[in-house]
Design a protein around this ligand. Structure first.
Ligand code: MN
Length: 265
């Protein structure tokens, strides 16, 4: 049986990164594409609940099984595909290749990661791919041989339960990429994230820009791996419980809780 992959993204169904990922996926099996009709980057896991979702078949330049655009978010696309549009469930949900890295705190803002995460919510293996560049002429083909290898490995793996795999590629020619490195989520923050300007009527407006400052420079993080020229592969679990704090609460919280009269001991 030929595998069926569900592919989505947050850059929109006409994005070149989606096409590059579809090309690789077709070597492994059939591909169904359900993606936003326009760019929805940084939409995180938002769902459309107050307006109808419209689905349109799209002419796609490759021999995919279906290609449909949705006037919704990446998460809408995957949820709708899994519950309504696909005749049978896919073996894997994929998202990307995104224009721009999704490293560290980016995974909380990212529509690319959320699309894959929606697959994880449904119990399916899911992988998101991002390329660490914002150039409009980004070369998505450079990472294709590496994506092929990562996918081959992940398809051999036992199904990933409640874990998505977040893959980030450095913006380098294939031959100069150092290899694939398993990483943990790094930590950085966007500083000076807004530029304040004045509109023609004299009122201020704000334009988000944001420079990422890496606050954890450990080499085992996704941020540092990509910066050093590696492909970063980070398993991200759905369970965000902090185990150390939970253990501490279990030991201590009842002691510190106020009693019925609101008094702390
Ligand atoms: Mn994007």
């Amino acid at each position: 049986m030929v595998s069926r992959f569900l592919l989505s993204n947050d850059d929109g169904i006409h994005a070149p990164g989606l096409l590059a990922l579809a090309e690789v996926l077709l070597e492994f099996g059939s591909v169904a594409i359900v993606a936003p009709d326009r760019e929805r980057s940084a939409s995180s896991h938002a769902l459309t609940i107050g307006t109808p979702l419209r689905v349109n078949e799209v002419e796609f330049p490759l021999a995919v099984e279906l290609a449909m655009s949705v006037n919704g978010t990446p998460a809408d696309c995957v949820k709708l595909a899994l519950e309504q549009l696909l005749p049978v469930p896919p073996v894997m949900v994929l998202s990307g290749i995104n224009r721009g890295a999704n490293l560290g705190v980016d995974v909380y803002y990212s529509g690319t990661v959320a699309a894959a995460m929606e697959g994880t919510f449904s119990g399916l293996p899911a992988v998101s791919f991002s390329l660490a560049t914002h150039r409009s002429d980004a070369d998505y083909a450079a990472g294709q041989p590496w994506i092929r290898r990562v996918l081959a490995a992940l398809l051999q793996w036992p199904p990933l339960d409640r874990t998505l795999v977040n893959v980030n590629l450095p913006d380098l020619p294939a031959a100069t990429i150092k290899g694939v490195r398993p990483t943990r989520l790094g930590y950085g923050r966007y500083r000076e994230g807004f530029e304040r300007r004045t509109d023609p009527r004299g009122r201020p407006y704000y334009w988000m820009k944001g420079e990422l400052e890496i606050l954890d420079r450990s080499p085992d993080t996704d941020l540092m791996a990509v910066e050093a020229g590696w492909i970063s592969v980070t398993p991200i679990g759905l369970d965000r419980t902090d185990r150390a704090t939970l253990a501490e609460f279990s030991r201590q919280l009842h002691i510190a809780l106020p009693d019925e009269r609101g008094e702390t001991p």
